[in-house]
Design a protein around this ligand. Sequence first.
Ligand code: ASP
Length: 591
Amino acid sequence: MTSGHSNLRTDYCGELRADDVGRSVSVCGWVHRRREHGEHLAFLDVRDHTGIVQCVVDGAHDLRSEYVVRVSGTVRRRPEGTENSALPTGDVELGDCHVEVLNTAEPPPFPLDERSDVDEVIRLRHRYVDLRTERMQRNLRIRARVNSALRSAMERQGFVEIETPMLIASTPEGARDFVVPSRLSPGEFYALPQSPQLFKQMCMVGGVDRYFQIARCLRDEDLRADRQFEFMQLDAEAAFVGQEEVLHVISEAVADATEAIRGERPAEFRRITWHEAQERFGSDKPDTRFGMELVELTDIFARTEFNAFKAPTDVGAHGFAVKGVRVPGGASKTRRQLDELTERAKQWGAKGLVWMKVEGDRSLTSPVAKFLSDREQTVLAETLAAEVGDLLLVVADDRHRVWHVLGLLRLELGRPPVHEGGLEYLWVVDFPLFEGVGEDGSPIPAHHAFTMPHDDDVAMLDSDDPATLLRVRSQAYDLVLNGWELGSGSVRIHDSAVQTKIFGLLGIDADEAHARFGFLLDAFRFGAPPHAGFAFGIDRLVALLAGEDNIREVIAFPKTQKGTDPLTKAPTGIDPRHLEELGLRPFPKKQ
Ligand code: ASP
């Protein structure tokens, strides 16, 4: 008998095997399926979270799908030839059964054994039924094992779990806050934390040394397959450490979680600089499970006659680039498919997309071939290592736009499905400090405003030239898995002179800095140790470990893409008296 059984049962359904033949057992669960067996008997498949066992019962019982039952009987071998090798319990069945109905059930809103065409809203509306499916049971248990492995790994490495508040002032993660009106201070609001960022930094000032938390974070952003309003992060911060220690600690935790689920420890996580990631994969979260890398072609066209490949006079802060990708075997694409690809490239911001097919005699077929010299065509094909039957795609534009467009085309044409190609963990390091220049002329931080610039680039912060500022690297790093950004972190600024300079560059004056982060800046005046940290999304890690491409599949009660919960009906209106108490009046709804 396995531990954890109540008096109601001696065994779990999915655990009975040939070794148990002859034992008298009781199992409990839901009626998965019923099939008539001759005139008087019925086969009853009973299901619990471990699986299914077949019971041969008296056909007179009224036993319908999802009724809750207790079946007591004797384990016996199935008659020869009737074994079911697809089922772990398929060699045995329960005979001489006594059945008790513990509860009846309405017919389930959808079948529990085939999932493909059930509308997700219906699944979420009856999530308690959906959770009974093998897939959801498996995913929830994977999630619990990941949490447990992460927690142990952090504790083993000296990290202390500290809970931080949910009702706070705003955090600097750059998304929109969810806000909660205050009854005791009408007209004032708490923000729900986008992350525990400021609190964990204050823990460092508070001498905690190594902090972690499996933290709930809330961001009011549009939802996607890999994004929910509320999500869980493994959040960590450590004092007297730099990037190397953080990368090591987090790699250990993620490797432990991976091993707990996949049974095998991943190889040491590779590293790539942000710049190399963009140049080779056109993304700061490259999916390195497949090739099709971006190839530099700018020099080949330095003196070209083809206008689209000529650098404009005003090349902008990022410079001009011509780059291409080789799509193996892609020459079979039809004209219509190529027109569609071109359209997509334009939607992503390209002025156009040049395609070329490599013919049997290695010549290039393309609407623009006549504008390119023979030399240009030959060197282009050589540089892209083109083979007969390939498709070559070339984009010429602002360098960042070329990365963006070719990066997306690469994914569109080459990305393997979620459960193929293994797990490619990758640290992306040396992020730029600024990701661009805003409309007011101030640079936009790529991470948050407390991120330390790269030691070698600090002097560049004094430059007036936007192109120089955009080249300043930071001590910020991301962890990427199969093209998904799992998380980010950085070495923090603990020196007030550097912090003031960064705020100045970001256009945040002393008053604004004080209003937004005054309490952290105050804390820093009382002896802040050098510190660094990281946070990554547990939902995303669990989804990829479970082979799911949507995080909703690994969250017990997620929201739909529109941010609603079909089960509880949230969000809902509230009682006008409650609103009044909060000092709020709703705007009339637009018709
Ligand atoms: N708070 C950051 C985030 O949620 C992570 C960090 O810098 O530690 O992305």
